[in-house]
Design a protein around this ligand. Structure first.
Ligand code: GDP
Length: 434
């Protein structure tokens, strides 16, 4: 039996958007569950190595001003039938009296509940969401269903509460690589040259979103799927950086990709757009290869390589684990390296440490750097790698407030020093033990 997750909340808070976002992540492994009632929508969702059923309570009345008997009855049914409840509220409007009534009713059922404060589009807006803590649920996530922001955090929280574990074995033979870079950096040229060099057939893969162009190519005897995030609205390419960025943040193709290639333009350097793209890729927790294209235009190559490397390391510090490759989409220089590198970073992204491997490094790290803050000592009792793609580590601490960013960074560095995790983000989470 798969864990059942119900999405509840008053109308217009974004339940359907959240439902679509949750099920839209991996199109291929989602199917309708037969025998479900008409007004409820059930889908199987896979996240990391587990699956669950998510139910949308569509068909609720649209009158938001009253908490009708009908609504209350439907809420009861939805909560009763579920193992985990996602209680969605609208972060833009604040606490609504109906939210309070729903909260009271959910609490009576004593089901695991995650409060989902939706419509939080930026980090700055999170503060607005704090007032929802008054509803009495400690486990809260601040998301934007429309933009996909922090939805992976919500999925992680659901993941932690999945009782029945069913391994999803997905054979992975074809890596999906997504090309990301502002207009005119050479994404289309990359695809064209790679396809020509490798003498393979370029074709659109049907069923992909209209915001991307996808081709299948061969390199070193292996097949790859390459996707260009050009923002192909009605057949014309986006010319504007801002428009490209806003299309990118909602582009499902990134969620589906295995590896992202961030492309910068050697004739322009590393600007604000590249930094924003890098931030977005980090948020999506994808492995990244950083490339500087149009390398054929550069004369003093050695000097330029040094300059670009320094500039990238300075401006995109938070991605210092990513490799930098200088390429020419025009001449095909080093394009094959990208595919080789994609294989390497994907392996790192999928890496699973044994308990012993992790123990050795973390035990040593904790002993080397005991951490005291406000005259209290941070104690970490348990830790484990709970997922891969990307690797996620959970640490149980005596008080997570004592975990300073620098300490988190220290632990991350210890893990990287020992195991590499080259080219991939890793996620460290802290929770309190009682
Ligand atoms: P996209 O918008 O990222 O898909 O960029 P395009 O592939 O359309 O390239 C934009 C322009 O840059 C075109 O005029 C290309 O010919 C040129 N271009 C792309 N890659 C290279 C390269 O490696 N070297 C040079 N010299 N020009 C390039």
């Amino acid at each position: 039996m798969l864990t059942k997750v119900a999405i509840v909340g008053r109308p217009n808070v974004g339940k359907s958007a959240l439902f679509n976002r949750l099920i839209g992540r991996k199109k291929a492994i989602i199917h309708e569950t037969p025998g479900t009632t008409r007004d409820r929508n059930d889908h199987e969702v896979s996240w990391r190595d587990k699956s669950f059923i998510v139910t949308d309570t569509a068909g609720w009345s649209t009158d938001i001003s009253v908490f009708s008997k009908d609504m209350s009855r439907q809420l009861d049914i939805a909560v009763e039938k579920s193992d985990v409840v996602l209680f969605v509220v609208d972060g833009k409007t604040g606490v609504h009296p109906t939210d309070v009534q729903i909260a009271q009713q959910i609490r009576l059922k004593r089901k695991k509940t995650i409060l989902v404060v939706n419509k939080i589009d930026t980090q700055a807006e999170e503060i607005k969401g704090y007032e929802f803590y008054e509803l009495g649920f400690d486990d809260a996530v601040f998301v934007s269903a429309n933009h996909g922001r922090s939805v992976h955090d919500l999925l992680d929280k659901i993941w932690e509460n999945i009782k029945y574990d069913r391994k999803v074995k997905k054979p992975r033979e074809t890596l999906e690589i997504i090309l990301v870079g502002k207009p005119n950096v050479g994404k289309s040229s990359f695809i064209n040259t790679a396809a020509k060099e490798e003498r393979s057939i370029v074709h659109d893969i049907p069923g992909t979103t209209r915001d991307s162009l996808t081709v299948r190519i061969q390199s070193n005897g292996k097949e790859y799927i390459l996707t260009d995030t050009a923002g192909l609205h009605r057949g014309s390419k986006t010319k504007d950086d801002m428009e490209y960025l806003s299309n990118l943040s909602t582009n499902y193709a990134i969620e589906d990709a295995d590896v992202a290639v961030l492309i910068a333009d050697a004739s322009q350097g590393i600007g604000e757009t590249e930094v924003k793209i890098a931030r977005l890729l980090l948020e999506k927790k994808k492995p990244v290869i950083v490339t500087v294209n149009k390398w054929d235009l550069i004369e003093e190559k050695e000097e330029a390589a040094k300059y670009f490397t320094e500039q990238l390391r300075e401006r995109i510090k938070f991605m210092n684990w990513a490799d930098i490759i200088f390429i020419s989409a025009k001449t095909g220089q080093r394009l094959d390296r990208i595919f080789q590198e994609a294989e390497i970073v994907f392996k790192q992204y999928s890496k699973e440490l044994t308990k012993e491997e992790l123990n050795e490094v973390i035990r040593d790290a904790l002993a080397r750097k005991p951490y005291t803050c406000k005259s209290r000592t941070l104690k970490i009792k348990e830790y484990a790698q709970v997922a891969s793609k990307p690797p996620v580590f959970i640490f149980s601490a005596n008080d997570t407030d004592l975990v300073h960013f620098s300490y988190e960074r220290f632990l991350e560095n210890c893990l990287r020093a020992e195991f590499g995790f080259h080219g991939t983000p890793i996620v460290l989470k802290f929770r309190n033990y009682y």
